[in-house]
Design a protein around this ligand. Structure first.
Ligand code: MN
Length: 313
């Protein structure tokens, strides 16, 4: 495994005029199939959200256990959100935290942190999306700062006329999650039947991420593995489904602004910053990333493509 991000993600991202459907792609993280919804073509961020993987091992009788050994992060917060099973999180702060569906593990990397994730309880079902691994980019004010970890088991649940919404981060219908993020953002886990119309913060851009079936977002059809991007300026959003109780994630926030560069597990602004973090991980720099209390083997970093290009000369 060399993922998550094998390619350097950079370059400008065009503004959004209308609701736009973006197809994700299938990838593999530690032997587990994922649907990578973000980043995608010409779109790196939705608000501060910069990475969304849906864990989707496929229709296997026995999906392989989640075993992602110690690996580093910089410049982002990881938001782990499960739909099934349970996972033990360990990190270089010394944290060991079991997470179950409906709970949030929010790990803010700042200048550097390392963590591991190990499946403890096998999923009850052997198909569908088991959970989401999402990253929230940190702004310049905090991205070189301290790392920290939060676990939230009591996130607010808001009733909708045809379903409900769990508030992962941000606020919705006057109710706020206590999870601390560094840039204005929202993250909801919604279920509904038939159709739902939800209020949006008009200064936020949003994405609707289906979790179990095709949805209609205003007039656009969005399948599992894709997302509907909704530009800022919308006051409400109408979402429909035709085949039963639907589940989806709604993410968004104030457009991030900064020109993020992402490679492997790092979010930064320049290649030099990524190279420095890569070297620190290669050199087992415990001042920057620290040891992780985990029995799993450490994940070694591949060589960044821009270093490989120099070495090949
Ligand atoms: Mn990670």
């Amino acid at each position: 495994m060399s993922g998550p991000l094998e390619e350097l993600i950079e370059g400008s991202q065009p503004g959004l005029g209308e609701i736009e459907v973006k197809q994700g792609r299938a990838a593999d993280v530690g032997g587990i199939g994922v649907l990578r919804v973000l980043p995608t073509k010409k779109r790196r961020t939705v608000g501060p959200w910069c990475f969304v993987d849906l864990m989707h091992p496929g229709d296997l009788a026995e999906p392989p256990p989640i075993e992602i050994g110690p690996h580093p992060h910089i410049g982002l917060a990881t938001a782990t959100w499960l739909f099934d099973g349970s996972v033990l999180h360990s990190d270089s702060l010394g944290t060991e935290q079991l997470i179950s569906p409906g709970e949030l593990n929010l790990m803010t990397a700042g200048r550097g942190i390392a963590h591991a994730e190990q499946g403890i309880e096998a999923p009850a079902v052997s198909s569908g999306v088991l959970g989401a691994q999402m990253w929230i980019a940190q702004p310049d004010g905090t991205r070189d700062g301290a790392h920290h970890f939060e676990h939230h088991a009591d996130l607010p649940l808001v009733d909708l006329p045809t379903g409900h919404a769990r508030i992962i981060v941000g606020s919705f219908e006057g109710v706020a999650s206590r999870a601390a993020v560094d840039h204005p953002a929202i993250g909801l886990d919604m279920t509904f039947e038939g159709s739902v119309e939800i209020p949006l913060h008009p200064a936020f851009e949003h994405a609707v991420v289906p979790v179990d079936r095709t949805l209609k977002v205003q007039d656009a059809l969005v399948e599992l593995g894709a997302m509907a991007l909704v530009p800022a300026g919308h006051q409400t959003l109408r979402i429909e489904e035709r085949t039963g109780n639907a589940r989806m994630l709604l993410i968004g926030g104030e457009p991030f602004g900064a020109d993020v560069k992402m490679w492997w597990n790092f979010v930064a602004r320049t290649l030099d910053e990524i190279t420095e973090a890569w070297r620190a991980w290669q050199d087992h720099d415990d001042d920057r990333f620290g040891p992780v209390p985990s029995k799993l083997g450490r994940v070694e970093a591949p060589t960044p493509p821009w270093i490989r290009a120099v070495e090949a000369r």
